[in-house]
Design a protein around this ligand. Structure first.
Ligand code: G6P
Length: 609
């Protein structure tokens, strides 16, 4: 989950590389480094953020038209200067930056040590620079040496390399770590994701696994591991640079929460068949009858996407009568989960690159299941490897804590629920009513956002507390879990999500005046039970913040603080409630002056297992 940038062209490489690194900083921010080849090789590294690297670069002359850069999220070795990329071998003939894990690095390192190589870092990545040096002794050719070195490593990698032996090239290889190549006029910008590229060009090549690219300023050649040419053309991407920038917002997280109404519109555009009371998805059509005959659904995902999956499990089980399970992707991969060829495995992932989720997709395919991706990033690994798929079209999500992606995933999953339910026994009327409601959902989310001042005041009032419980039942149980996760991620405050029914089985013991509970108590079939939970908390002296349905004044007599959301069907109420929890976490983290977009120790896209 590090970020890689490369540039080759007519411009000075350094400013392009630094601008790219800043856009990729959310992928990892333990240390950063840059290398440029001009008259000579210039290399600079620093622990910490990119601004620290910029300080190191002050007054230095890094002139040259080819270079690579890296921002790191440590896996092997501490976030020190020595462990920062780019890495060199024993001399500075070859410079490499790597994202992923070289699984056989210990084996390779001991061979290389035996051949006299001296290592400077504790990283797995450095072996690749030494390996290149070693291969060059045989091939006397950068490209051939790179290809041979790639054939010797195992694991996950996005690797980019430059060499003073051949200054006119950048060599790139990919396996399970994203790499895109922006194709400009006589220039190429290579990066771990689009946000570093779209400021220069919209023409982009997504490298696939086991492909090697040779980038020169005026062309790209792509081959596979057998050295056969792969004919791949650049595709136009739709993202604008503006979409990837903060605009007038203080943080990406707030900007992204406020994009929710637009995100809902984009998720449903072209997919509503209001008269037929159902949805259509172009990306599912090729599965045809196989999809209709699915007996069981297994949803796999991580983090916030997992909670969207849990919500879908409730919806599918209640409305489609399809047996549905949801599994954390890393657990699914352990291989103990029973999957058959008549099953549908749905992988939900904003980035489409999460290693555990991708691994689960591969495992499901191995066992013959039909695989579906619900993915935001177009062209990402999960979107390429699943049999069928639905794109979220939510635009780039930069904040490490995911918000708008959850809204988009939930909207798509609500449509998918109706799509399946109408093939089973949901009536035309029920389908039409739900479709009508979904098409107006963006406006209701807009009304929730209109309550930001109230939510901010409540968050500020509760910023002194050290622990929170989030409580919900049925469809709002996943929202309690997601609300607690959001608070933990951005404020570092301890929070746990529970199903309301579990309160009396343990958590109630913790409740006192210092332990507030955030209850999602919107109107629906479990409303009375949530009221009882709130009474239980109040009678133990606990504080209650609650999300209630507009007009429900009764709750003001029980709860200490209430945030109202518009009336909605019980099914769609979680999409309104989650926005309140997102804003609550955001404002609380803001009072505590946290680094909201880049919480410590986390990364946006976790491409290691
Ligand atoms: C990381 C991010 C989370 C995200 C999770 C799954 O942990 O910090 O915000 O929910 O990965 O990511 P995905 O891209 O697969 O949805």
């Amino acid at each position: 989950m590090c970020g890689i940038v490369g540039y080759i062209g007519k411009k000075e490489a350094l400013p392009v590389l630094l601008a790219g690194l800043k856009r990729l900083e959310y992928r990892g921010y333990d240390s950063a480094g840059v290398a440029v080849i001009g008259e000579k090789v210039q290399l600079a590294k620093s622990p910490g953020r990119i601004f620290k690297l910029e300080k190191v670069l002050e007054g230095k002359n890094f002139s040259g038209n080819v270079g690579i850069a890296h921002t790191r999220w440590a896996t092997h070795g501490k976030p020190t200067k020595a462990n920062a990329h780019p890495h060199i071998g024993c001399n500075d003939d070859f410079l490499i930056a790597h994202n992923g894990i070289i699984e056989n690095y210990l084996e390779l390192k001991s061979e290389l040590l035996g051949k006299g190589h001296k290592f400077r870092s504790q990283t797995d990545s450095e072996v690749f620079a030494h390996l290149l040096e070693e291969e060059f002794k045989h091939y006397h050719n950068f490209e051939a040496s790179f290809k041979s070195a790639i054939s010797k490593i195992r694991g996950a990698y996005g690797i980019i390399a430059i060499s003073k032996k051949d200054k006119e090239k950048i060599l790139i290889a990919k396996k399970s770590s994203p790499i895109v190549i922006g194709v400009g006029k006589n220039e190429h910008i290579i990066a771990s994701d689009l946000s570093a590229v779209i400021g220069y060009t919209k023409d982009v090549i997504h490298l696939s696994d086991d492909e090697i690219a040779v980038c020169e300023s005026d062309g790209v050649r792509i081959s596979n591991l057998k050295n056969e040419a792969v004919g791949k053309k650049a595709r136009k991407v739709e993202y604008s640079l503006e979409e990837a920038e903060k605009g007038n917002f203080e943080t990406f997280m707030k900007k992204e929460i406020f994009e929710s109404p637009e995100v809902i519109k984009n998720a449903i555009r072209g997919r509503l068949l209001e008269e037929e009371g159902t949805a259509k998805f172009g990306g599912l059509e090729e599965a045809g009858e196989r999809l209709k005959n699915v007996k069981r659904v297994m949803i796999v995902a991580c983090g916030t996407s997992y909670y969207a999956g849990l919500l879908a499990k409730y919806w599918f089980s209640d409305l489609t009568h399809l047996h549905t399970d949801v599994e954390i992707a890393s657990e699914f991969k352990t291989g103990n989960i029973d999957i058959e060829s008549s099953d549908l495995v749905i992988a939900i992932s904003q980035s489409g690159e999460t290693a555990d989720t991708l691994g689960a997709v591969r495992e499901a395919k191995k066992r013959g299941a039909l695989t579906m991706g619900i993915v935001n990033v177009v062209g990402s690994a999960i979107s390429q490897e699943t049999d069928i798929g639905i794109y979220n079209h939510a635009g780039p999500e930069i904040s490490v804590a995911s918000t708008k992606a959850f809204i988009s995933q939930a909207t798509v999953l609500a449509l998918l629920t109706i799509f399946f339910a109408r093939q089973k026994n949901m009536s035309l009327k029920e389908g039409k009513d739900l479709m009508r409601e979904i098409s107006g959902l963006y406006a209701k989310v807009g009304q929730v956002l209109g309550q930001q001042k109230t939510i901010q005041e409540i968050a500020e009032k509760y910023a002194k507390y050290k622990n929170f419980i989030f409580l919900g039942r049925k469809y709002n149980f996943p929202i309690a879990l997601e609300g607690a996760l959001k608070l933990k991620e951005v404020s570092y405050i301890h929070a746990e999500g529970y199903a309301g029914g579990e309160l009396k089985h343990g958590p109630l013991a913790m409740i006192d005046k210092n332990f507030p509970v955030f209850c999602i108590s919107t109107k629906g079939s479990v409303y009375d039970k949530m009221l009882s939970n709130m009474e239980e908390i109040k009678s133990r002296g606990g504080k209650v913040i609650c999300v209630a349905t507009a007009g429900d004044k009764k709750l003001e007599n029980i709860a200490d603080d209430v945030v109202y959301v518009p009336r909605s069907s019980e099914m769609l109420s979680p999409i309104l409630a989650v926005v309140v929890t997102q804003l609550f976490a955001y404002f609380l983290a803001r009072v505590l002056k946290r680094d909201i977009d880049k919480p410590r120790n986390l990364a946006k896209s976790v491409t290691v297992e």
